[in-house]
Design a protein around this ligand. Structure first.
Ligand SMILES: NC(=O)c1ccc[n+]([C@@H]2O[C@H](COP(=O)([O-])OP(=O)(O)OC[C@H]3O[C@@H](n4cnc5c(N)ncnc54)[C@H](OP(=O)(O)O)[C@@H]3O)[C@@H](O)[C@H]2O)c1
Length: 286
């Protein structure tokens, strides 16, 4: 990879938590870092904070709401207009939804935000990832994927919604996508998944129920967002990882993933369905 000061990085969901700390670390290392937010004011505040903290003025904002295909398409156009090459993409934006909610596109929220968001961003920026001759994609997944089941006949979970089940399934999709993308991408684009640990971020706090209670009560025992960002930053930058792709990591160690995450047939069908739903696919010469 080229010197980090010459690299362009993109971190999604960087207003708080793991994404913000990942962006902070990458800015401190000297990369040009594009961070995403849904809200202009929150995003601008983060850019100002990271610029002041890192002394790196090349931190910029792009707005996107992953719960809207329209917004994601506009965001991808915006990024493509700004950069012709992307060295690092950290797919991080995600959430946990206590009750079943639908996006404006009619999809269940965890499916669209947590999975289709990663899918559209990565494939939509594939030409930019390929352009530099060497790029890395990091997908923030979770050990929660062990509790997930991907129902290809009901990806929007219209039958018997359970918040943890929907979240865990979306994190399993992150790994199915990572492993399948590693198969389909040229060797110049490495893509890896990561479990950041159980982190006292903003995660779960906006929800009601058990998840909020857990993240509030257990807070002192959890990893900090900075600790949660450590392995994503390492995956994005460590020279010793050149050429490593399609794997799952935690605490800078390779981690076992569920057999279902390596199910080729399931990954292929999820990929094709994601292409159909989003209208995004790899270029024919990909
Ligand atoms: N915390 C944990 O224990 C834990 C464990 C395993 C994996 N993870 C994963 O880590 C990632 C980051 O989570 P976190 O813990 O840092 O949570 P967080 O503090 O809640 O941050 C989530 C980030 O995602 C953004 N986001 C949420 N919904 C979005 C949407 N519809 N469109 C655009 N951006 C959106 C948020 O932006 P806004 O400011 O606009 O809301 C925020 O920047 C997630 O993928 C999560 O699944 C977390």
């Amino acid at each position: 990879m080229r010197a980090i000061a010459e690299q362009v990085h993109l971190v999604t969901g960087a207003t708080q938590g793991i994404g913000k700390e990942t962006a902070r670390a990458l800015a401190r290392l000297g990369a040009r870092v594009i961070v995403t937010a849904r809200d202009q004011a929150r995003g601008t505040a983060v850019v100002d904070e990271l610029r002041a903290d890192s002394g790196n003025q090349r931190v910029e904002l792009a707005l996107v709401d992953f719960a809207s295909f329209r917004s994601v398409r506009a965001f991808l156009d915006e990024v493509r207009a700004r950069v012709d090459r992307l060295d690092v993409l950290v797919n991080n934006a995600g959430g946990y939804f206590q009750s079943r909610q639908e996006t404006e596109d009619g999809h269940e929220m965890s499916f669209q935000v947590n999975h289709l968001g990663y899918f559209m961003t990565t494939l939509g920026l594939f030409p930019q990832l390929r352009a530099g001759g060497s790029a890395r994609v990091v997908c923030v997944s979770s050990d929660a994927h062990w509790g997930g089941k991907v129902r290809l006949d009901d990806l929007d979970r219209t039958r018997g919604y359970a918040a943890y089940g929907a979240y865990a399934a979306s994190k399993l999709m992150n790994l199915l996508f990572t492993v399948e993308a590693a198969r389909r991408f040229p060797s110049t684009i490495a893509i890896n998944g990561v479990h950041p640990g159980v982190v006292a971020s903003g995660f779960g706090l906006g929800e009601s129920g058990v998840i909020k209670a857990f993240y509030r009560v257990a807070r002192p025992l959890l990893r900090t967002s900075q600790q949660g960002a450590d392995t994503p930053v390492w995956l994005a930058t460590a020279p010793e990882l050149d050429g490593v792709t399609g794997k799952y990591w935690a605490r800078r160690q390779e981690r076992g993933m569920r057999a279902a995450a390596r199910d080729k047939e399931l990954a292929r069908r999820l990929w094709e369905e994601s292409e159909r739903l989003t209208g995004v696919s790899l270029p024919a010469d990909g």
